[in-house]
Design a protein around this ligand. Structure first.
Ligand SMILES: Cc1cc2nc3c(=O)[nH]c(=O)nc-3n(C[C@H](O)[C@H](O)[C@H](O)COP(=O)(O)O)c2cc1C
Ligand SMILES: Nc1ncnc2c1ncn2[C@@H]1O[C@H](COP(=O)(O)OP(=O)(O)O)[C@@H](O)[C@H]1O
Length: 307
């Protein structure tokens, strides 16, 4: 898959089969749209193009606003789309220039002149151009002049997609990992870098890699203990993860950490991916580290039984 960080990087192709959207999570509903895109491309010997927007305007206009949370970061989204075999991903920021294009300019200057659309798969309610004045009817009218085909995604299918993005966020924020994974059609994951913690883990026999996620807009599941698989240094291991403030040691920060099973290496500064498979239990304030240690032995057994 080729990735372009602006429309201007894209070299016009003559048989682009295009769709436009956020595709947060690249979940089951999105996958149906992408399969449709690929089927249409196959029919006409075309190439699949996804046009997405990043950063979200709210992130630029109001960087302090931390309420916008995404299931996937832009890099994770690109990785998932690549895995599905999409040919081209165009990532464009919501710039002022872009939002000032009229609906007609948007269709002609961008879709026709810069991308080369042959077919466009678009939701019945998709709006574009200055003041969101453009819609499906403009695309249909201009498709005759510029010779492309419009394939409408019906209301019911759009609702299904919107509903699952919201449902996935809600499920993750209430630790219903199984439901989130069912909607996603793959295990929810995070990617980050291993940083130093307080080095208490190894003292109690359970070293835990602390994970830093640079993208502050990434949605983190609610606090708890989870059965996970960890991808690090090119291999996959089972493990038990913790998200929380570590009430037992009166921790001040919200940590994401993982004890990786049958593993004993220094992985500070390494990038790791953690796939969430099951929720195991809620966070507990223990009276001592010895009590926590006893619980960790039980957690390990629970996780091994689940995975
Ligand atoms: C599977 C797992 C479960 C945990 N459960 C709890 C818990 O219930 N309560 C708590 O205060 N800390 C819990 N912790 C966090 C530990 O307190 C933490 O790993 C320990 O303080 C080591 O921190 P460090 O990595 O900064 O050295 C858990 C950690 C793991 C890996
Ligand atoms: N099985 C393991 N699981 C997690 N980290 C491990 C493991 N074995 C070794 N490590 C290393 O030890 C570090 C965690 O040890 P810990 O004492 O909890 O220190 P810190 O508080 O800095 O995380 C990890 O960042 C990693 O580099």
């Amino acid at each position: 898959m080729k990735i372009y960080n602006s429309i201007d990087e894209f070299k016009l192709i003559t048989n682009a089969v295009v769709t436009i959207g956020t595709f947060d999570g690249v979940h089951t509903g999105h996958r149906k749209i992408i399969a449709k895109l690929q089927e249409l491309a196959q029919e006409c010997g075309g190439e699949t193009v996804i046009l997405t927007f990043f950063p979200h305007p709210r992130m630029i206009l109001n960087p302090e606003d931390q309420s916008l949370k995404m299931i996937t970061t832009i890099n994770e989204k690109a990785e998932l789309l690549e895995g599905l075999g999409v040919d081209h991903l165009i990532v464009t920021p919501f710039s002022r220039d872009f939002s000032n294009l009229s609906a007609l300019e948007y269709i002609h200057d961008i879709l026709v002149a810069k991308i080369g659309i042959k077919k466009i798969v678009i939701g019945y309610d998709h709006r574009f151009g200055k003041d969101r004045k453009g819609g499906l009817e403009d695309l249909q009218r201009l498709s005759k002049i510029y010779d492309f085909e419009v394939i409408e995604i019906p209301e019911q299918d759009i609702n299904d997609v919107a509903v699952s993005s919201t449902k996935i966020r809600t499920a993750l924020l209430s630790d219903d990992i199984s439901l989130a994974n069912q909607f996603l059609s793959y295990p929810f994951f995070i990617t980050g870098k291993v940083i130093r913690g307080d080095q208490i883990g190894r003292q109690i026999g359970y070293p835990t890699a602390n994970i830093l996620i640079e993208e502050t807009y990434k949605l983190i599941p609610a606090d708890g203990i989870f059965a996970v698989t960890v991808e690090v240094e090119g291999a996959t291991y089972k493990g038990m993860a913790y998200i929380g403030h570590r009430p037992t040691i009166n921790g001040m920060t919200r940590n994401i950490e993982v004890n990786i099973f049958d593993f004993d290496r220094d992985i500070y500064n390494q990038s790791i991916r953690m796939n969430f498979h099951y929720f195991v239990r809620s966070d507990i304030k223990f009276n001592s580290l010895d009590e926590l240690k006893l619980q960790l032995a039980k957690d390990r057994e629970s996780v091994l039984a689940l995975l």
